[in-house]
Design a protein around this ligand. Structure first.
Ligand code: 3HC
Length: 289
């Protein structure tokens, strides 16, 4: 299926950058959010990112302007959905919110449109039955920062059609990503399960007083060649997001081992969410978010 128009629902760190990636790949894109101030913030951040890429010689001024010209921002979900060939939902990790969005998208989008969720927590089977087109629903899971990270996990639920999978894989490839097909829904899919295993061990080592979190990060970078240590990564992803993912996983598995680590809960309860709040494990005064 030909995809020309993409709608991204949610203008947080993920949604806004997914929209920019799509616009850079030549798609006509609308990023939609219920909050106009969030949309304004997203637009300003993306403009600044494009300015940086131009300044570094990574992108021509013309290409940046053309991509920004293909990117629209709207608080009117139904209107934006009416012309979408593909909608990518990147709203908060709350199932009821997501189900509401999928029902609204199903009502407003053309019959051929594919409805994908960027959720890392909920397999698309959890939202597919809120629509009348479950075969056209799947996960399209990007990684933070979406402008940079190449992986996109495309996850099918039992009823996802092959043509939906083929189309979403083709879109991800055109976006310059390296899509990975996940054949069965499983909590955490693949990449987050790998990352979670490392993060859990890092939190245990820290909580047991074996090493400081800074030194654990240093070991991950200098011994294992990871671009960031597990604590830096939690700050990037958002401690609240990591916390919420664990709670949702626990709700699904009932396994106490899936509960968030107390050290993580403590920071979240203090409002230290990572880079976006200026403080998490580390402090980020004056750092571009
Ligand atoms: N948003 C967009 N672009 C960013 C960025 C951000 N937040 N942070 C850095 N960048 C860009 C920079 O502009 C730069 O671009 P350029 O090459 O065109 O100049 C490039 O990334 C490299 O940045 P820096 O030189 O400043 O710093 P690094 O070389 O350390 O790279 C990094 C930064 C790309 C974030 C790198 O540290 C990295 O890959 N970290 C690991 C990230 C990771 O593991 N992400 C997965 C998280 S898990 C997830 O998202 C799943 C979800 O379900 C929770």
């Amino acid at each position: 299926m030909d995809v020309n128009n993409i709608l991204v629902v949610g203008s947080g760190a993920m949604g806004s950058q997914i929209g920019m990636v799509a616009a850079l790949a030549g798609y006509q894109v609308t990023v939609s959010d219920i909050s106009a101030p969030m949309l304004e913030k997203a637009q300003a951040q993306l403009r600044s990112r494009m300015d940086n890429s131009v300044a570094k010689g990574r992108l021509s001024l013309e290409d940046a302007a053309a991509a920004l010209g293909r990117l629209r921002f709207s608080t009117e979900l139904a209107k934006a959905a009416a012309s979408a060939d593909l909608a990518i939902e990147a709203a908060t990790e709350n199932l009821e919110v997501k189900r509401g969005i999928f029902a609204a998208l199903d009502a407003a989008a053309p019959p051929h449109a594919i409805l994908a969720t960027n959720s890392s927590t909920f397999g698309s089977s959890k939202v597919a039955d809120a629509t009348g087109r479950p075969g056209q629903v799947c996960n399209m899971h990007f990684f933070n920062p979406a402008l940079v990270m190449k992986c996109v996990e495309v996850v099918r639920h039992e009823g996802t059609s092959q043509s939906t999978i083929d189309t979403v894989l083709a879109v991800a490839t055109r976006m310059g990503k390296a899509p990975v097909l996940i054949e069965k829904e499983i909590p955490g899919f693949v990449a987050n399960r790998l990352m979670g295993a490392i993060r859990d061990e890092a939190l245990r080592l820290y909580a047991d007083g074996i090493a400081s979190f800074e030194d654990i990060d240093t070991a991950a970078k200098t011994a294992l060649g990871h671009p960031m240590g597990p604590f830096e990564l939690m700050d990037l992803v958002g401690l609240d997001v990591s916390h919420q993912i664990r709670l949702a996983t626990f709700a699904e598995t009932g396994d106490p081992a899936d509960l968030p680590h107390p050290a993580l809960t403590e920071l979240v309860e203090r409002g230290n969410y990572g880079r976006k709040s200026g403080k998490g494990w580390y402090s980020y005064d004056g750092v571009q978010q």
